[in-house]
Ligand binder design. Structure first.
Ligand code: HEC
Length: 147
């Protein structure tokens, strides 16, 4: 799979997800969670969040479906615990944002890059139709979920 994954319709996401037998999948919601995600290019990694947090906007974007994918919460869980209703289908499982030990040292720009382009070879879809400001509000929201 590649960044073009972002353009696949939801049904394709679900078909790919259900192709592998469930018992081979690592459990969702581990903390700390093993993380093998590709590193963002340097020009993204060095960016820190340039927008002021608007918690209502971040929460709405996190919960809502976009035109090309389901809402973040469907996979990552409403509380960010990595146990959304589809989470068991995926290997690797969705990131557990509630687990501060896993996500506190992941730079803002890394989160931004993965939200925009997706994580190649995983079920994390890209969100190329979201505006920069919307992605930064999502990054703020993910930080709020960590504890
Ligand atoms: C179809 C399920 C699914 C949806 C929808 C989804 N994610 Fe993910 N997400 C995943 C999976 C699976 C991973 C783990 C990928 C990996 O390990 O590289 C992941 C990983 C991530 C990461 C980890 C980046 C890193 O470097 O560790 C971020 C950030 C993220 N998702 C944010 C979001 C946001 C924000 C949304 C909504 C706009 C969203 N995701 C929607 C499944 C999903």
């Amino acid at each position: 799979m590649s960044r073009h994954f972002a353009t696949l319709p939801l049904m394709a996401v679900l078909a790919l997800a259900s192709a592998a037998p469930a018992q081979t999948h690592p459990p969702p919601g581990e903390c700390p969670q093993p993380r093998f995600t590709e590193r963002a290019p340097a020009e993204y990694l060095s960016r820190s969040n340039p927008v002021a947090a608007d918690s209502a906007v971040g929460a709405r974007l996190y919960a809502s479906a976009t035109s090309n994918t389901v809402g973040c919460a469907t996979c990552h869980g409403a509380s960010g615990d990595g146990r959304g209703e589809l989470a068991k289908l995926f290997d690797p499982p969705p990131r557990n944002f509630a687990c501060a030990r896993t996500v506190r040292d992941v730079p803002d720009g890394q989160l931004f890059w993965i939200i925009r382009y997706g994580s190649p070879g995983t079920s994390m879809p890209g969100h190329v139709r979201l505006k920069d400001d919307e992605i930064w509000q999502l990054v703020h929201h993910l930080r709020k979920l960590a504890r």
